[in-house]
Design a binder for this molecule. Structure first.
Ligand code: CS2
Length: 441
């Protein structure tokens, strides 16, 4: 039997206490993968349980019908399990109403953006989903493509303006440096080219706050689905597995109403930069190092790699000696304690977080995770030996042929990585990932 609104669950499993059917949808979320379902959707479910109304989420998948096939037959319901060494818990999340697939029903996505009840468009489309060219500006040809977020948002905003509706908040929840300003700039660039008559309206009526999002969410496996089926007494194809920890720091700059996420654990602040930079350079920077160094040493999972005595000190040095000094900590932000908590989270034996999942899309991740730290030290005449080891491990990963390279730049990366001057070809002037950092010639 499939999980649905009619399923009678065991009483030990918490379910939404608010009237789901009575909630309008206030949020359209692009990229409704496991991360969103374990993060923003949970905060939003909590906010509705605490009394906020009409913040149902319409999920959008730009291309694949997989998540729609998982969630729509279940009335948008799914379960979330949080796992630590000491305990595990399971609850049902009701915030997602249904999922639209852009490639199948494009007009339905545009209509959702243009609905009068919609106030927030949010995004977890991964780093490459922003369709940036090598220089960071919008790849306009890609952005005009059928499955581009910009096309849907542009058409939906045009309909809002035509109907005299208010603007919306565009909330990027991806691991990009300055994600809000980056999304706003790219969206604006698209509008200048595709909807010039919307540009002034967009500037005056829409907002793009920055966010720092954090929760470790490994891809759900069939074994997870089978275990959850046994616990629920119903098949849940949309289930997600995660850690207890979650964090969300949001720049308080919205175009209109929003859920009171701050009542349920999120932090609404004037400036997220120090949190976002710490998260990208320490957590994500360490993660990518664990992935490439760990795979090279024969590990499959994060908790195995962090337990390897040859790896742990390197990762600790990346966080404490190399990344932390580059961050201008906010009052009360303790980077030393943060590093310690990250080491604990990486060691969580109850989460099977695959290194190969983190290794994906290195070209999109490495600039904000490693290169900004390297550039900061280089400007001060200093070097980062531990990040140097991580760079070498990435090059070995690309060159060895032992792993499939899942990256939009895969061919060019592989070609560069097998050359004796791989570092220059990747990071030198005019290289594939040219940045503020220059490797020694
Ligand atoms: C990971 C992130 O896959 C990756 O690249 O580094 O997904 C990481 O687990 C999250 O950002 C944690 O918040």
């Amino acid at each position: 039997m499939r999980l649905s609104a009619d399923t009678r669950l065991p009483s030990s499993i918490a379910a939404p206490a608010y009237d789901r059917a009575a909630q309008a949808s206030g949020i359209v979320h692009f990229g409704i993968g496991a991360f969103h379902r374990a993060h923003q959707a949970v905060y939003t479910d909590d906010a509705m349980a605490a009394g906020d109304r009409d913040w149902g989420i319409v999920g959008v998948s730009l291309r694949s019908g997989d998540v729609a096939a998982q969630l729509n037959p279940q009335d948008g319901l799914y379960s979330i399990s949080t796992r630590s060494a000491a305990d595990a818990s399971l609850r049902l999340i009701g915030a997602v109403r249904h999922v639209l697939v852009g490639s199948v029903a494009p007009q339905a996505v545009i209509d959702a953006v243009a609905a009068p009840t919609t106030h927030i468009l949010s995004f977890t489309v991964t780093e490459k989903g922003y369709l940036r060219a090598a220089d960071g500006t919008l790849d306009l040809a890609a952005a005009r493509g059928a499955s581009s977020l910009y096309r849907f948002v542009g058409a939906g905003l045009a309909a809002r303006k035509a109907a005299g509706l208010p603007g919306v908040t565009l909330l990027s929840c991806d691991n990009l440096a300055n994600n809000g300003a980056v999304l706003g700039g790219l969206m604006r660039q698209y509008l200048v080219a595709a909807h010039p008559d919307l540009v002034d309206w967009f500037d005056a009526n829409c907002r793009c706050p920055a966010t720092m999002i954090d929760r470790i969410v490994p891809a759900t496996t069939d074994a997870d689905r089978d275990a959850i089926e046994a616990a629920l007494g119903a098949r849940d194809e949309g289930t997600v597995v995660t850690e207890d920890f979650r964090q969300w720091v949001i720049e308080d700059d919205f175009a209109g109403p929003r859920p009171r996420w701050e009542q349920v654990g999120a932090e609404l602040v004037a400036d997220v930069a120090s949190y976002e930079t710490a998260k990208l350079r320490m957590l994500n920077g360490a993660h990518s190092a664990l992935a490439y160094i760990g795979l090279g040493r024969g590990h499959d999972y994060v908790h195995q790699a962090i337990a390897d005595p040859a790896i742990r000190p390197v990762v600790e040095a990346i966080m404490r000696r190399e990344a932390a000094p580059t961050i201008d900590a906010a009052p009360g932000q303790n980077l030393d304690a943060y590093a310690a908590s990250l080491l604990d989270r990486f060691a969580n034996p109850a989460l099977a977080h695959r290194l190969i999942q983190i290794a994906m899309d290195g070209s999109q991740k490495i600039p904000q995770r490693w290169l900004e730290t390297l550039a900061w030290h280089q400007q001060r005449g200093d070097t980062c030996p531990s990040l140097g080891l991580a760079i070498d491990a990435w090059i070995d990963f690309l060159a060895s042929g032992r792993w499939p390279i899942d990256d939009p730049m895969a061919d060019a990366l592989r070609e560069a990585a097998v050359q004796p001057d791989a570092r220059q070809r990747l990071f030198g002037a005019g290289g594939l990932l040219a940045s503020g950092w220059r490797p020694e010639p």
